[in-house]
Design a protein around this ligand. Structure first.
Ligand SMILES: [Zn+2]
Length: 113
């Protein structure tokens, strides 16, 4: 259930920002989630529903941008989308690859009133 902790951290951050901006309410929260984090947007939405109760962020819309897992081949230097259990470069069949995207997990921006 790591979405609960993640949602709580996200909400704390959002409320801190909203207070700094002297906002009356948070309208929208834009989140970026990498596929590799395994975070499920519906779970975040669910936890947000009750965690945000009686806060400035109650009723705020959540917008999710999911980032696919991208890798780069160390042999031919080409980037490609990494499918599950497929740690082989589709261009040169090289097996030395590195992850370049998909581990993202952050609040991109918030919209306040
Ligand atoms: Zn390659």
């Amino acid at each position: 259930m790591h979405e609960l902790a993640i949602t709580k951290d996200m909400l704390d951050l959002v409320l801190e920002q909203a207070e700094k901006a002297e906002a009356k309410e948070v309208r929208k929260i834009n989140l970026v989630i990498g596929e590799m984090t395994g975070v499920v947007d519906e779970c975040v939405q669910f936890y947000f529903g009750f965690l945000s109760k009686d806060t400035l962020a109650e009723g705020a819309a959540l917008s999710f941008t999911m980032v696919p897992t991208m890798a780069r081949c160390r042999v031919c230097d080409k980037p490609f989308e990494l499918k599950e259990f497929d740690w082989i470069c589709p261009y040169c069949q090289g097996k030395s690859i590195e992850i370049i995207a998909g581990k993202e997990l952050f609040v991109e921006s918030i919209e306040v009133e």
